[in-house]
Design a protein around this ligand. Structure first.
Ligand code: UTP
Length: 310
């Protein structure tokens, strides 16, 4: 698919060709499942989370992806590689559709890998992409955030992106009690779904009483290359980690950050509740699966007892 172009009839347009997917975190909230299996490989239905994210980037016209991985993340590289033994087995057993499906995964897009030797925070993970990105704006898709939407969120953001020196943040309202889990922006104006406003400030995991709004950055960004300079000057922040939010705040102080309220249902698969809800929510999009699950939920006495007491 062609990358999306902007500007004057495509003559002076901004292309977003590259994406960075950080996937090097410890995934402690999903232990012990994530002791040997990367959390980004946890399945939503029968597909690992990271595949949804790579597909989203490909749909948005991204040509090259850099995956930030770590020591325990080899399964991610294997998933996007060819698997000759499996392909041979499927061929021998005449499982043509499975064979096509398996081959498609490795043919989707050029994926590069870099290891973040120690997970020192999201900002540090992004800094590992500096030489890959060089001097162009790029998309960031967090490896554990899946967003269900008709138009994938990265495509929505690229469509809105006009100035390669600015940051564009994908945001949505979250319940006030949850603001301390997110990067929260202070928008300069009202922000309805599908619109964009400049941002005065962005704060990482603020206390509920100090949050500038309840608009949270939810795992999707378009960043300009000058983010690297900002990251290099940013001291360690919340949790003793190098926070991407703190570097974005440096650019916000210069008036170079916008927020875009995207359309879609976001799932944080990095915690048990988010992962379970994501599975149920995706299952509802498959009519046969939905029917069977809803039927089972109604029949299952254990679940019915809990629902009755709820
Ligand atoms: P999270 O903070 O949700 O991931 O980072 P985590 O640290 O793995 O989570 P817990 O708290 O231990 O459960 C969001 C994304 O950024 C990546 C993670 O892999 C995840 O996809 N990340 C985070 C890195 O790549 N490197 C880091 O140093 C931190």
């Amino acid at each position: 698919m062609d990358p999306v172009c902007y500007g004057n009839g495509g003559d002076v347009g901004v292309k977003v060709r590259k994406a960075v997917i950080p996937a090097a975190g410890f995934g402690t909230r999903m232990l012990p499942a994530t002791k040997a299996v990367p959390k980004e490989m946890l399945p939503i239905l029968n597909k690992p989370c990271i595949q949804y994210i790579v597909e989203e980037a490909v749909y948005a016209g991204i040509e090259e992806i850099l995956l930030i991985t770590g020591r325990t993340k080899k399964a991610i590289e294997d998933h996007f590689d060819r698997s000759p033994e499996l392909e041979f087995h499927l061929e021998q057993n005449r499982k043509a559709s499975m064979l096509t499906e398996v081959k498609k995964i490795s043919d989707m897009v050029d994926i590069h890998y870099v290891r973040q030797k120690t997970p020192l925070g999201l900002g540090h993970a992004i800094l590992c992409a500096k030489s890959f990105i060089a001097n162009e704006p790029f998309a960031v898709l967090l490896g554990d955030d899946i967003i269900q939407s008709t138009v994938p969120v990265t495509a929505q953001l690229i469509e809105e992106y006009e100035d390669p020196t600015r940051v564009l943040l994908g945001v949505q309202h979250v319940p006030q009690k949850d603001v301390s889990k997110y990067g929260i922006v202070q928008p300069l104006g009202a922000l309805g779904t599908g619109s964009r406003v400049p941002v005065a400030t962005v704060v990482e995991k603020p206390l509920e009483s100090e949050a500038p709004s309840n608009l949270a950055v939810l795992g999707r960004y378009i960043l300009p290359p000058n983010i690297f300079e900002a990251l290099e000057k940013t001291p360690l922040g919340h949790g003793g980690e190098l926070q991407l939010t703190d570097a974005i705040e440096v650019l916000a102080r210069d008036g170079r950050v916008d927020a875009f309220a995207f359309t879609g249902r976001r799932h944080d698969i990095g915690n048990l509740e988010g992962w379970l809800i994501a599975n149920l929510s995706f299952a509802m999009d498959d009519s046969k699966l939905a029917e069977n699950i809803l039927d089972e939920l109604q029949k299952n006495e254990h679940i019915r007892t809990h629902l009755a007491a709820f």
